[in-house]
Ligand binder design. Structure first.
Ligand code: NDP
Length: 419
């Protein structure tokens, strides 16, 4: 996977970039020559990427925000770490800064889409270098945790559980501040380019900007719910999370945007769908977003209210049914509560279903002329299936009979009445 992921990224991007999304033979030398030339890392792309990451790190360090306690960490003998949740202020500061940079011509946002290939290479190299640096530093400090003893597996899963730079939790930083923000700016960049070329932004490209805005905004506005998630308390910071967040997410989840951008240049006009198809895509996105946002916030707020870490926030948008009144639950022997009402009484992983609805809407907006824009939803099904399997095993082990009772009360996993 560590070799295959980067190669797959180059291959899919090459097909999009040079063959209108048609899958060509991966054994064609000419194809790889084209990819090599167009995606060769440049100093300019390196400066862009590194300055962006450092700027986000600076914001994560200095911007104001509430401090939230994480869940007890077993490797720290049950100690709860503090997380400075300044995602919203950092996000708005990023938006304002990019607007100023673009408006005054100091950094035109179209540079991102114009330098996509080199930027992707810089991101891939950064993902690999950061993985190695974090791994070696962790071993040197003796902070490794839950190691398997197999070097490749440990590099992939990571050695450190909660590496920090000062008070900034690097894992949470990498999951929230880099991938989604970059993804959003790739779409904004393509939209600005479309406006410059054609004098308007199409409904399809506006869709991508909205879709990526909703995702990054949700991560920022609900950041205080993240410290207690299993990514923070259980997953380690290895290639899987580092590479995927620094390179994989931004540079593959954007394939729909890249396709729309390339097609508009080839056809000398943006892709147009029928009105009904466009409305369908928007409706699927917004419905998926609503379920996803409220399901995540119902569970996280329920947990936070019960463990005393809840802080009411007025970040935009606060949706109806985001907090449950008088929820029902199972009190487990371990002391944790399992929610059985709201979305969590309907299906055990309905937020995954909702996330997939959004993922498919991102692909549907590109039509059906290429399979590459379906990479994200298909890949995401695999990711989520893998996560569900691991999570269910973990919960069954952790909660025993209580988990069986929960599964009896909420029998469906993804779609109520079906599966
Ligand atoms: P969940 O939010 O489903 O968290 C699972 C954990 O929640 C369980 O281990 C358990 O932890 C707790 N839990 C399970 N059921 C209940 C319940 N009924 N009541 C209370 N607590 C419960 O998983 P993720 O962290 O994987 O996902 C969070 C969000 O992130 C999802 O919406 C997902 O779609 C999204 N995501 C997106 C990705 C992307 O690439 N776009 C990748 C991964 C996730 P405990 O031990 O505390 O009880």
């Amino acid at each position: 996977m560590m070799v295959g992921f980067p190669l797959l990224m180059y291959y899919l991007w090459g097909c999009l970039q040079f063959y209108r999304g048609k899958l060509v033979s991966p054994f064609d030398n000419q194809f790889w020559n084209q990819v090599f030339k167009s995606a060769f890392p440049t100093w300019y792309a390196t400066k862009m990427y590194v300055l962006f990451c450092l700027f986000e790190l600076f914001l994560a360090y200095f911007m104001p925000g509430p401090i939230v306690k994480g869940a007890p960490v077993s490797s720290l003998k049950g100690r709860r770490l503090d997380y400075l949740c300044n995602g919203v202020t950092s996000w708005y500061a990023t938006l304002a800064t990019s607007f100023i940079l673009h408006y005054y011509g100091w950094f035109r946002l179209t540079e991102i889409i114009d330098n996509f290939g080199p930027l992707m290479s810089v991101a891939i190299i950064s993902g690999i270098v950061i993985t190695l640096v974090i791994y070696v530093t962790t071993i040197m400090q003796g902070n490794q945790y839950r190691m398997s003893g197999h070097l490749m597996y440990d590099l992939f899963m990571g050695a450190a559980l909660n590496p920090r730079l000062g008070h900034v939790d690097l894992k949470m930083f990498a999951e929230i501040r880099i991938p989604w923000v970059l993804l959003f700016y790739i779409s904004v960049s393509a939209a600005v380019k479309e406006y410059e070329l054609f004098g308007y932004v199409s409904a399809s490209m506006s869709f991508m900007v909205l879709a990526h805005f909703l995702y990054v905004n949700a991560c920022a506005k609900g950041e205080e719910c993240i410290p207690t998630t299993w990514d923070m308390t259980y997953e380690k910071f290895g290639f899987m999370l580092i590479f995927w967040n620094f390179a994989g997410v931004p540079f593959t989840y954007c394939f729909a945007t890249i396709y729309l951008h390339n097609i508009s240049i080839d056809n000398r006009q943006p892709l147009q769908h029928s009105q009904s198809w466009t409305y369908f895509c928007y409706a699927l996105l917004l419905l998926g977003y609503y379920i996803w946002d409220t399901a995540n916030s119902q569970k996280n707020r329920f947990r936070m209210i019960n463990n005393g870490s809840y802080i009411p926030r007025h970040t935009f948008p606060q949706l109806p049914w985001g907090t449950l009144k008088n929820p029902t639950y199972i009190k487990t022997k371990s002391g944790n509560l399992l929610l059985t009402s709201g979305w969590w009484g309907i299906a055990r992983k309905i937020h995954y279903t909702a996330d997939l609805m959004m993922a498919f809407s991102w692909a549907f907006i590109t039509g059906f002329s290429t399979v590459i824009t379906y990479f994200y939803p298909v890949f995401f099904i695999l990711v989520l299936t893998h996560r569900v399997t691991r999570d269910m095993q973990r919960c069954a082990k952790k909660y025993g009979k209580d988990w069986e009772e929960y599964c009896r009360r909420v029998p469906y996993i993804f779609i109520p009445g079906i599966y």
